[in-house]
Design a protein around this ligand. Structure first.
Ligand code: PLP
Length: 429
């Protein structure tokens, strides 16, 4: 069978090669510290589980946009959690936010602008759609955040025709950096986007996993008419396998909504019926669900900030995370010595760290960074989520009083991984 041109040119992710190496190591009986795979480790909340069991008999196709009761519930949820005002008519329920982002990108005219680093799939989705992709460089000193100046200059360079529509994908808290934007920064980006006809796909799937010293705001607060917001159950409710994502569209964009629903109805039809009914529970902001999200977020904060502290102590540069469960350290200050040692790309860097130090990570190149930028993404979720949740709930004050002790107890492999990254750093200095 011959492959279509677009699939022939798809970039295979370095994750696959990495997974093979991990399996080989595990076959050899070696311990691998898994900082490559970013899946939230906590058990599903019992009320969501119960709702799913109770609706196992739901067997019919449902409306493509999602059942009305669920869209209503999502509307209430966004109002209570984020103070955002969206009616149920502006909301689409999809099988994960990834496909919703793809569908929206398909329906919107214009080339795609991505800050580098950005989550792997935006680039690949835009590529599948035959879109022009323009990366906008960001810097570790400013937490890899996009500035209005950098956005403006990228627009001038790549889209000089006045008024032409463009798409910008923003993700905050960010995978791979864990960094996020302040209210002021979002407002400034919104002004620039509005002035240059930039439509924003705002991927806020990690919004509720913002740490205590960071208050999440959506750019939709400042640019409602040009923002398409996405979220879902995958991260803060640890239900990636449920495949539930939500998209919130500007009120006046009826044609866009219809276009996305036309794509959806001809491809994925609707989200599985039992899952939609279970999601009603997941989106009900009861004290139990909100407490569950808060506890999981606390553990992510304790673990991720503790890893960050350890990396800094080992002399590794890494922007301070404000949410999610990722870190984006780099070894660019060791460029010369690494190149002399035969490490010339981030793929080789991640390969060496896995091969010699047994820590799996992802190379910065997978996130749109230049190949010779020596950065990797580490995920901080290689621990038993159920045990961690139990221990945290038993004495939250103690966990906050002594985060290092808590992390040592609940996530020993993560502590080992940090010390391996430290040893790698010592070995090249
Ligand atoms: C930044 C980002 N957006 C979206 C997704 C996908 O989410 P969903 O499970 O809703 O498709 C992920 C999952 O890794 C992610 O990291």
């Amino acid at each position: 069978m011959r492959l279509s041109l677009v699939t022939k040119n798809l970039k295979p992710s370095a994750t696959l090669a990495m997974n093979e190496l991990i399996s080989e190591k595990q076959r050899r009986g070696e311990q691998v510290y898994h900082m490559g795979f970013g899946q939230s480790p906590f058990p599903i909340h019992p009320s969501i589980r119960e709702a799913l069991c109770n609706h196992a008999d739901e067997r019919r196709y449902l409306p493509t946009q999602g059942i009305h009761a669920l869209r209503n519930q999502v509307s209430e949820f966004y109002s209570k959690m984020f103070g955002l005002d969206y009616s149920s008519e502006q909301i689409i329920i999809g099988p994960g936010s990834k496909i919703l982002l793809f569908d929206a990108m398909m329906c919107l005219e214009g080339s795609v602008f991505l800050p580098s680093p950005s989550w792997v799939s935006y680039d690949q989705e835009a590529h599948l759609l035959g879109k022009d992709i323009h990366y906008i460089e960001t810097h570790p000193e400013t937490s890899y955040l996009l500035t209005p100046e950098a956005l403006e200059s990228a627009i001038r360079q790549h889209s000089p025709t006045l008024g032409q529509q463009k798409i910008l994908v923003l993700n905050y808290p960010c995978n791979p950096t864990g960094c996020s934007y302040s209210k002021t920064q979002l407002k400034e980006l919104a002004d620039t986007a509005r002035n240059h006809n930039v439509q924003i796909l705002s991927d806020e799937i990690y919004a509720l996993l913002s740490f205590r010293d960071h208050e999440h705001h959506s750019i939709a607060e400042f640019y409602p008419e040009g923002t398409i917001l996405t979220g879902g159950l995958s991260k803060d409710r640890s239900a990636g396998g449920f495949r539930v994502g939500v998209m919130l569209l500007p009120e006046q964009e009826q044609d866009l909504l219809k276009a996305i629903l036309a794509v959806a109805s001809n491809t994925w039809s609707c989200v599985a019926a039992p899952i939609q009914y279970a999601s009603l529970e997941a989106y009900r902001p009861t004290p139990e669900i909100t407490q569950y999200i808060a506890d999981c977020t606390s553990i992510h904060e304790l673990v991720t900030r503790s890893v960050h502290q350890k990396l800094i102590t080992h002399g590794i540069r890494c922007p301070r995370p404000q949410g999610a469960f990722y870190l984006f350290p780099d070894w660019n200050s060791d460029r010369d010595v690494m190149q002399r040692g035969g490490i010339t790309t981030s793929v080789e860097l991640a390969g060496t760290i896995l091969e010699k130090w047994n820590v799996a990570s992802l190379p910065g190149m997978d996130f749109g960074m230049q190949s010779d930028d020596f950065c990797i993404r580490v995920a901080t979720v290689d621990y038993d989520g159920e045990g961690a949740l139990e221990r945290f709930r038993a004495d939250p004050k103690r966990a906050w009083r002594n985060p290092n002790e808590f992390v040592k107890e609940v996530a020993p492999r993560i502590i080992m991984a940090c010390s391996q990254l430290g040893s790698f750093t010592d070995s090249i200095r």
